[in-house]
Write a protein that binds this ligand. Structure first.
Ligand code: F0G
Length: 481
């Protein structure tokens, strides 16, 4: 997808695909949205799709498939063991990553479970640039701890650093030097989900992997968001601009001992798995697949998903395909900046991230600004995002709140799903809300599960602020939806 310039000088991302299958959407009036939000306990996970216009909750398993992916799903070879589909998928992974072995799993976190069960022992440390929720849960469940080594720039909300997912290599070296005997592997998340889909540079990935290997520590790549990271390396890293996407991918995979991914993201399909260079490492993990996932030639996935994934991985090597997400996110982020809305910069992959701390500074962190903003954005525009703040954290063992380092509202842009007019609609409603930000108030829990409270918890507004948003909307927009 090229970024083209109009005569006026304005740039827009231009789709190099056409839409041939569509799904009807509903846009319900704001009064119904306020009601639906209350029914969902002010938790966007609990909303029903019939009440949602733009579902920006996640990019996981909801990306548009290509005609070639759909066609491949029709010729899948459905057999329990030894299917041709599995061979096609492993051949594609070998071609792209140069890895000889592949263990299939039903999704990314299942791959994390297999890796953690094989390597994590009580007391061990797993260094990584940044954690992801499911990754950390698997490691801590088995008695390990996560050590985050992202460079300081990574947690700054606004920055012009092109690679905010980079490791602080000095801290990595110091940690490995001192503790390498209790570090079974280091994990590299490219791109980095929880800090706004921010990428690492090729130079940083290679340098981090070299440090790990110098201390005899295995390197594990979480490639779930690799397609966005490849795009950023190609377009933001001077030393990589003449490399093809295949060459960049190969340079990265050559430094990795293990590569795992969620195919709900990488490959625009569903499922996941683990690619491995070394036979001994493969054998150490292999028996967990039939025990927890399914036989070795499907691992809990349907053959149709595997066919779609093989084609999706091939299409990931095409810059016109993988640029769509980052360019739409950049467009949305820049349009919001023009209207003064506080966002995470530079734009990353996965989605556009609003900074709730600056959006509604009057809502104190104990009243969940990111959760309140998620509810307000839904009410104002029927746009569903995901809270990435204190609600997503777990309470401390003594019951006190663990206040998150950042309070973000993630508005994911599933790949090739939304049009630019839909993005502009979201920008319009969010910027309207920003002008009426004083109306937004906080939330408090009325039902709080002890674990994974962000999925199941129910909250209520601390004052009748949702009603005030409905009234202001009607005043400004008349009877428009
Ligand atoms: N690693 C990263 C970087 C992810 O973003 C995810 C999922 C996983 C692992 C786990 O993969 O969902 O297939 O089990 N991220 C989703 C999200 C859930 O909405 O960001 P999974």
């Amino acid at each position: 997808m090229p970024e083209i310039r109009f005569r006026s000088g304005e740039s827009i991302p231009l789709e190099l695909h056409k839409v041939r299958i569509v799904q009807k959407l509903d846009l319900v009036p704001i009064e119904r949205r306020a009601e639906a939000m209350a029914e969902a306990g002010f938790n966007t996970f609990l909303l029903k799709n019939k009440d949602i216009y733009l579902d920006m909750l996640t990019d996981s398993g909801v990306n548009a498939m290509s005609d070639r992916q759909l066609a491949a799903m029709m010729v899948a070879d459905d057999s329990y063991a030894g299917s041709k589909t599995f061979t096609r998928l492993t051949d594609k992974l070998t071609e792209i990553f140069g890895t000889e072995y592949f263990l299939p799993a039903h999704q990314g976190r299942a791959a994390e479970n297999i890796i953690a069960m094989t390597f994590v022992k009580p007391g061990c440390i797993i260094p990584m640039n940044y954690h992801f929720t499911t990754t950390k849960a698997h490691i801590t469940r088995l008695g390990g701890t996560v050590e985050e080594l992202v460079a300081d720039e990574g947690v700054k909300i606004t920055s012009d650093h092109p690679f905010k997912g980079n490791f602080d290599l000095d801290r990595l070296e110091a940690l490995l030097k001192e503790k390498h005997d209790i570090i079974p592997f280091m994990r590299i998340e490219a791109g980095t989900n929880l800090i706004g889909g921010q990428p690492l540079s090729l130079a940083n990935i290679e340098a981090a992997a070299d440090i790990a290997h110098r201390y005899g520590v295995l390197t594990v790549l979480d490639a779930s968001l690799l397609q966005d990271n490849l795009y950023f390396i190609k377009t933001r890293e001077e030393a990589a601009k003449d490399l093809s996407l295949r060459e960049i991918t190969k340079r990265i995979s050559d430094k990795m001992d293990i590569i795992y991914f969620s195919a709900r993201k990488l490959g625009f399909a569903r499922g996941g798995g683990i690619s491995i260079h070394d036979k001994e490492l493969y054998l150490r993990m292999r028996e967990l697949v039939p025990m927890f996932e399914g036989f070795l030639t499907y691992g809990g996935m349907s053959v149709r998903e595997m066919e779609a994934m093989a084609v999706g991985l091939e299409e990931t090597m095409d810059i016109d395909v993988i640029s769509q997400g980052p360019l739409f996110i950049k467009y949305m982020t820049e349009e919001l900046i023009k209207r003064g809305v506080p966002v995470v910069t530079p734009p990353g992959g996965l989605g556009c991230h609003l900074d709730a701390t600056r959006f509604i500074p009057h809502v104190k962190q104990e009243e969940y600004p990111a959760g309140a903003l998620a509810a307000a954005v839904y009410i104002a525009g029927s746009v569903r995002g995901m809270e990435r703040g204190t609600i997503s954290e777990q309470r401390e063992p003594d019951g006190s709140e663990h206040l998150a380092a950042v309070e973000l509202l993630r508005l994911a842009l599933p790949r090739r799903v939304f049009t630019l007019s839909q993005v502009m609609y979201a920008v319009d409603r969010i910027s309207w809300l920003y002008e009426h930000r004083d109306l937004i108030g906080g939330l408090r829990f009325i039902e709080e599960p002890s674990s994974l409270r962000f999925f199941f918890g129910r909250l209520e507004p601390v004052s009748p602020w949702p009603q005030r948003i409905v009234e202001a909307f009607r005043k400004d927009f008349g009877d428009s939806l």
